[in-house]
Design a protein around this ligand. Sequence first.
Ligand SMILES: C[S@@+](CC[C@H](N)C(=O)[O-])C[C@H]1O[C@@H](n2cnc3c(N)ncnc32)[C@H](O)[C@@H]1O
Length: 329
Amino acid sequence: MTVPCVAVDRERGEAVRERLADAAVLDGDHRIEVVDGTIYLPVIDPAGVPADLTGSLVEREAAERDRPRTPAEILGYEPSLERLGDIVIVDEDDEERAREIADAVMASDLPCDTVINRASPIEGELRVRRWEVLAGDGTETVHREYGHEFALDVAAVYFSPRLATERHRVIDQVAAGESIIDMFAGVGPYAIPMASRGADVVACDLNETAIDYLRENAERNGVSDRVTAIVGDVRDSVAEHAGSADRLVMNLPHSAGEFLDTAVALADAECVIHYYDIQHEDDPFGPGVRAIRSAAGDAYDVTVQTEHVVRSYAPHEYNVCLDVRLSKR
Ligand SMILES: C[S@@+](CC[C@H](N)C(=O)[O-])C[C@H]1O[C@@H](n2cnc3c(N)ncnc32)[C@H](O)[C@@H]1O
């Protein structure tokens, strides 16, 4: 079958292609071809071709393009999907619709081994949720984030790919030589990139499986020598590091307030705390600032460096981060 093409010298190809794309007449279903120094650019509507190019219009056989098939093209609607390594996470309450989406994901060109759906909220001290495996098998994967690799089993540890930008914002503040304590470290998405920047990091978590992955991830990313991984309740297990931290990461948003006395005990004379919280939109930062000031007491001056909304958490509730400097009086 022939299609209308604009035929120009190859050297002019990119400039003309851009003009045809701007005019919304470039035909994405057929291949652009170059023959003997002439480029043939298929168009969908010869009448829309800019006037100075109409003399270059020819009819020509053009092969159809192999277009990637997305889940949305298969389903006819855009499903809500999230990627975690080679796992695709579906966010769907309706079971039948979830299965339909999983089938479309597996039939599409999306590189993916497993499709899972949320089967419970994030629960318990270890902040883990249950999952329904809709296609493929296994919930273990290797996720890549800003150049680092994190092996994890999403059914056994906490991990949210949605927080990548927030982690990057905090990690970017770290300088080589700092002593950092990540009080709720999970599989290491803060601790390991911070060690890559030259910091010495103590990473603690109550979840033994998370710490096993953290150790593996430290190896994978070549920073084992700068990461000390500790299993246990941070209130009991990092006492030997009291007074040592230049920086503390407190990513346990629902209950970080209960750990502020420990944080103050771990702080060096100068220390930045990244304090995560979930609060009502009417006063998202006030409760956290007051709790930190109260824990610091007369021992430290408290300077709030950043009040940052990470994301909307629930209707009228924000997940926020306070970057706060403690300076010994
Ligand atoms: C919200 S997750 C954050 C994990 C990690 N920072 C991340 O961004 O993926 C909180 C983590 O705190 C751990 N945790 C809860 N209570 C703890 C405690 N008392 N001491 C140490 N870790 C604790 C949980 O097991 C969980 O891995």
